[in-house]
Design a protein around this ligand. Structure first.
Ligand code: IVH
Length: 692
């Protein structure tokens, strides 16, 4: 299942007004509500397990999301209905200032490695020797490339998650771990337990995250392990929640770090049957030959797995035998990691080509003299961006080391030998697809084609233009967009306003009724207010809110288009980076032509500012930090906004008040250093009451 799409969710969520619930208690008994909350929780838990643990979803993302929103609404309206194991906690709670250190119940050791078959046999010979001829067997598991984490459960509830740290003391990452969907929040066992396993990010989430980061001008994560580690240690759990981590377990202990079952395999079975995710690709091996066969089998399958592995872990199955074998100073004698060799090869860079991605970012790719790497012919490798090429010191004609690892696309590790006729690479000044202007903004790694009509970017721009909250053209989904662009009917978003129902009916699977419906929705979009049109243009850094502020400040599209960088910065919340992006956008001839056509199509180019309702806090800007006693920060935000105030996220000289709760941290320091007044909830309530 792919990540949720907003428009899908909202379509289904339409009738599920939050207020249905907050207003419901008058009519509905408390008992009924708590029953409904519990049944929603049970339902959500079941679907989480089906999706995140078993990979067998029964409902769509949108349906899941609708259930979640319904429960959230219920819990918001009736906080007493909230339980600590409710699936709603996964959206990520309060940010924190740092991580508590927690000692491990028993040290989290690492494993000795075997780099080839001989080393594996040597390990096995030692085991045989130490067990003095007694029969034994191995459990073979994949060695997931992530980071290990311990999770404790008390009274059947998830209680604490600790990173490996230095092995004896780790960090408390409970709030972040809670957001991992495959992490059960409760378990059918009242005695305390500790499970251990690996936090990983699958390849798809990793690729998506890196795309987003590139789009935001941030550096890429080098591999899924780094991405998983970075995501688990974020101070903002809601960001961790968005990173889609996974938790694969492989140990079960009691509270003293002792095994619960006499064999390792039984622990894995118990974990599986109690809602934990255990990699099903595991096997009992009667001897070292069977274990080696397992290693070889998955070396071949490695590339096809949705997550990264760097080897196989072999463990002696019997816990009594594990105890007999014991530990060396740093690793157990009853387990070994068989590490796969990095699949590297050296080859020549014949050329560097540039392609245009969906956000207009230009990606250089090395064209290689084809070579076999781990059974696959490699002839191209991504170079990401100009900085990466500079970091590698790479020029065309060099011989490089290429590796296939996390990314499906191979990467250049380093230059091995400079070519005798090497040629430096330069980013093109014009888009290789549309010849539009290429811009590399300060502080950004990517160079971009800024022409939104560039065919390479077109489908993405149309999708954005038509989406909910923007031009709201229902029925204009990915399939239709593909058809419209591929058939040449639409070459830029303005063409949408010229197509007819007859044009649409000629497309495959498009009946007269759907065609008329799409045309109706396109026509309806002509009447949407100007901020929608601004955000529909897809100018970088200009979302709904900035569009609204720009429209309010300038009043007409022409004034925005003509504004200098300085004038643009005169609008609220528009800083130099946003101003630059808007300024450059309106200077691009393709964009100017597009704007003219949209004007002719009758879209709103003027904005009548809605009268702002004045309140006791009009003109005041607030920042909220820490844990408030009487309300959540979202609720506080609403209260302030209803009273006419504004809430922003960072403390600056322009901030009027910092509303600080318990455990306020860096924002409090910042406010003090800038002499911004710090108030509590009571003072806020007074301000609102006093001025009424
Ligand atoms: S067992 C005594 N099983 O590999 C420690 N580890 O090199 C035994 N890992 O720190 C660890 N998959 O982070 C074990 N199925 C698996 C694993 C696994 C990945 C990681 C883990 C550990 C490292 C050891």
């Amino acid at each position: 299942m792919m990540p949720m799409r907003w428009n899908e969710c909202e379509i289904i969520l339409g009738p599920l007004e939050v207020y249905d619930y907050s207003e419901a208690p008058v009519k509905t008994s408390a008992h009924h509500l708590s029953e409904e909350a519990e049944s929603l929780r049970a339902e959500l838990r079941r679907h989480e397990h089906l999706y995140y643990v078993l990979d067998q979803p029964e409902i769509t993302d949108a349906e899941y999301d609708a259930l979640m929103r319904r429960l959230q609404a219920l819990e918001t309206a009736h906080p007493d209905l909230r339980t600590p194991d409710s699936p709603t906690v996964r959206v990520g709670g309060q940010p924190r200032e740092g991580f508590r250190k927690i000692p491990h119940s028993v040290n989290m050791l690492s494993l000795d490695n075997a780099l080839n078959e001989d080393e594996l046999r040597a390990f096995d010979a030692r085991v045989q020797d130490l067990l003095e001829g007694a029969p034994y067997r191995y459990v073979a598991e994949l060695k997931m490339d992530g980071l290990s984490m311990a999770a404790r459960y008390k009274d059947g509830m998830f209680d604490l998650a600790i990173t490996r740290g230095d092995g004896s003391v780790g960090e408390d990452v409970t709030e972040n771990a809670r957001t991992i969907r495959s992490m059960p929040l409760r378990v059918e066992r009242s005695e305390p337990i500790e499970v251990r396993g690996e936090v990983v990010m699958n390849r798809a989430s990793f690729d998506r995250l890196n795309l987003e980061r590139e789009d935001q001008g941030l550096t890429r994560f080098a591999n899924p392990r780094n991405a998983a580690a970075g995501s688990l240690r974020l101070l903002e759990p809601s960001v961790t929640a968005s990173r889609r981590l996974d938790y694969y377990t492989y140990f079960l202990f009691d509270e003293n770090g002792r095994h619960v079952f006499p064999t390792h395999w039984e622990s894995l079975e118990w974990l599986t049957s109690h809602g934990f995710k255990v990699n099903p690709k595991r096997r009992i091996c009667a001897d070292v030959d069977e274990a080696i066969a397992f290693c070889r089998e998955f070396e071949a399958e490695r590339e096809m797995l949705p997550y990264e592995i760097d080897g196989v872990v072999l463990k002696i199955d019997s816990i009594a035998q594990q105890t007999q074998l014991g530990f060396t100073a740093k690793a157990p004698r009853w387990a070994i990691a068989f590490k796969y060799a990095a699949r590297q090869v050296d080859t020549e860079v014949l050329d560097i080509e540039v392609s245009v991605g969906r956000t207009g970012a230009l990606t250089p790719t090395a064209v290689l003299a084809p070579k076999l790497v781990g059974g696959v012919t490699v002839s191209r490798a991504t170079l990401h961006n100009e900085d990466e090429i500079a970091r590698l010191g790479l020029e065309i004609g060099d011989t490089v080391i290429v590796e296939r690892s996390g990314d499906v696309i191979p990467k250049v590790v380093r230059v091995k030998l400079q070519g005798s006729h090497r040629k430096p690479f330069h980013m093109p000044k014009q888009c290789p697809v549309c010849e539009g202007r290429i811009v590399r903004e300060e502080g950004e790694a990517a160079s971009r084609c800024i022409n939104p009509n560039c065919p390479a970017r077109l489908k993405e721009s149309i999708g954005h233009f038509a989406s909910r909250g923007v031009m709201n053209i229902d029925g204009l989904g990915d399939v239709l967009i593909d058809q419209l662009v591929d058939s040449g009917l639409v070459k830029n978003v303005a063409d949408l306003y010229d197509i007819t129902a007859a044009d649409l009916e000629k497309l495959e699977r498009m009946g007269p009724k759907s065609a008329a419906n799409v045309i109706h929705n396109i026509n309806r979009s002509r009447f949407l207010p100007m901020p929608r049109v601004i955000s529909a243009l897809g100018i970088r850094f200009v979302g709904e809110r900035t569009a609204e502020l720009l429209a309010g400040h300038f009043g007409t599209m022409d004034k925005i288009a003509a504004a200098t960088r300085e004038e643009l910065q005169g609008a609220e919340e528009v800083g130099p980076r946003v101003a630059e992006s808007i300024y450059v956008y309106f200077r691009e001839p393709h964009n100017q032509a597009l704007i003219e056509r949209l004007r002719r199509a009758g879209l709103s180019f003027e904005y009548t500012v809605r009268e702002k309702k004045d309140g006791p806090l009009t003109g005041l800007t607030f920042v909220i930090t820490g844990t408030l006693a009487g309300m959540t920060r979202d609720e506080a935000k609403k209260v302030i906004e209803i009273a006419g105030g504004k809430v922003t996220s960072a403390v600056t000289r322009k901030t009027s008040f910092l509303l600080a709760g318990e455990e306020a941290g860096s924002k409090l320091d910042k406010a003090r250093s800038l002499n911004v007044s710090v108030i509590g909830e009571a003072e806020l309530a007074e301000m609102i009451a006093r001025d009424k």
